[in-house]
Design a protein around this ligand. Structure first.
Ligand code: SF4
Length: 245
């Protein structure tokens, strides 16, 4: 018998138990900054230090726009005047689109949903995290998520990247080709607002002006569990971030 079979039998099942049991393994998430009460001079210094305008002055101290955080860690513990840091990963939230309708897929999709992944100008980071969802540790098949290479079979369009000029047409065509009902999950700061690249001559301010985004997953890149949470929000199996605890 091959050695890897013996090793596998000895090791046992290592797949994460999330979402049945919260995942507490160290290093599972880089975390996100939390709004913190800080003194005025420190707050001004932190706001000036943030490269993407994620931090702002608020009456109660500092506000944090998590969609815009690119994980530069200039405000993380260890830096001068650091913010509180939340080591969570359930970051998927319903987008603040024009209407207040529930943007989750209905009950029929709770058992299985097919996902078309579109790289709309990704640097490789978010795509690499998406790729982890298929490995034995995250194993998204156990939750009924399957990848499909064709938009004709897709229920969810998962988009990474800032939406470059060259990809806008292809992204729109892929969305149009999907049957209804369908949902769009935008993954990563670039897809949400253009990240450090947009808006510019090469891309817009995220993919929201090409396709209607339903679920937003912040992070740069978001860890696999955050992406998994975004997918679970899209099919209605987990509450979105604003409704979590
Ligand atoms: S970690 Fe995020 S919020 Fe903090 S300075 Fe960097 S981009 Fe801004």
């Amino acid at each position: 018998m091959n050695q890897w079979v013996i090793k596998g039998l000895k090791t046992g099942i290592k797949t994460t138990q999330y979402p049945r049991i919260p995942e507490l393994a160290p290093g599972i998430s880089p975390g996100l900054p939390a709004a913190t009460r800080v003194a005025a001079p420190a707050a001004a210094s932190l706001v000036a230090r943030c490269p993407t305008g994620a931090l702002g002055i608020a009456p109660e101290g500092l506000s944090v726009d998590r969609r815009r955080c690119v994980h530069c860690f200039r405000c993380a513990p260890g830096a001068d005047d650091s913010l509180d840091w939340e080591l969570s990963y359930e970051w998927g939230r319903l987008s603040q689109n024009d209407d207040n309708q529930d943007r989750r897929l209905g009950r029929p999709f709770r058992r299985s949903a097919h996902i078309l992944v579109v790289d709309a100008g990704d640097c490789g980071a978010c795509l690499n995290e998406v790729r982890q969802l298929n490995n034995p540790y995250y194993n998204m098949h156990r939750l009924g998520f399957f990848l499909t290479p064709t938009p004709r079979h897709a229920d969810i369009l998962l988009v990474v990247g800032a939406g470059t000029v060259q990809m806008r047409h292809a992204l729109g065509k892929a969305y149009e080709a999907m049957p209804t009902p369908k949902r769009v999950v935008a993954v990563g700061a670039c897809a949400l607002f253009g990240g450090v690249f947009g808006p510019s001559f090469a891309c817009g301010a995220g993919v929201g002006d090409v396709v209607p985004v339903d679920v937003e997953v912040p992070g740069n890149p978001p860890p696999p569990l955050a992406i998994l949470h975004g997918l679970l929000v899209a099919v209605g199996q987990r509450p979105p971030a604003s409704e979590v605890g």
